[in-house]
Design a protein around this ligand. Sequence first.
Ligand code: URA
Length: 234
Amino acid sequence: MERIDKIISEHTHYTRKEIKRLISQRAVYVNGEEVKKPEAKFDEEDVSVKINGEEIEIKKHIYLLLNKPKGYVSATEDKSQKTVLDLIPKEYKYRNLFPAGRLDKDTTGLMLITDDGEFAHNILSPRKHVQKEYEVTLDIPVTSTMIEEFKNGVNLNDGECKTADLEITGEYTANVTITEGRYHQIKRMFGCFGAKVLELNRIRIGNLYLGEELKPGEIKEATAEELQKIQERD
Ligand code: URA
């Protein structure tokens, strides 16, 4: 059981002070009955809240899918640069959202933004074997040696990478699938072959593809089915 002013403040933009005022204005209803005091307690999992006649959605966690554009850093705040959180609609701003994993500033593509730490861990931890697939464009042609070496595990200065799948899609382009998320991992993997990554776009996490629906910079709430897919392992 939780105080109603706490429940509402955690799920809306209203502050505790505003909620107190709304209650005194008789504007807050829970489960069809007027709330008289901010201290009144309810079961957070099972409440229907209306403020000024409007239903408030009480969701434990938020899961947003973003097609990250270039130019944004994957952080919750930064002194001088735009962050992916700057792309989030303001109705979600009161939640403690963070990007689940990092894409470099110049990398584009599918990203999950959530306030569910356990869920984020489940898709990020290399032990969970959730695949991340990227479209890559290089400055030199992709070679079959790269395919072999990626499969065997490329040696980076912070240790050997797990096996990665490299599929050639054009002379300079390939799709790479990894299950880790080390700092600049794909750029450093290709760097071992003297190749520079010119474009990097994440198209899949787990079994969830970015698809056509989200244009760069667009965000939407994930459906239950999408959340299921994003956790599926190899
Ligand atoms: N690997 C990289 O080098 N950069 C990314 O943004 C993601 C994977």
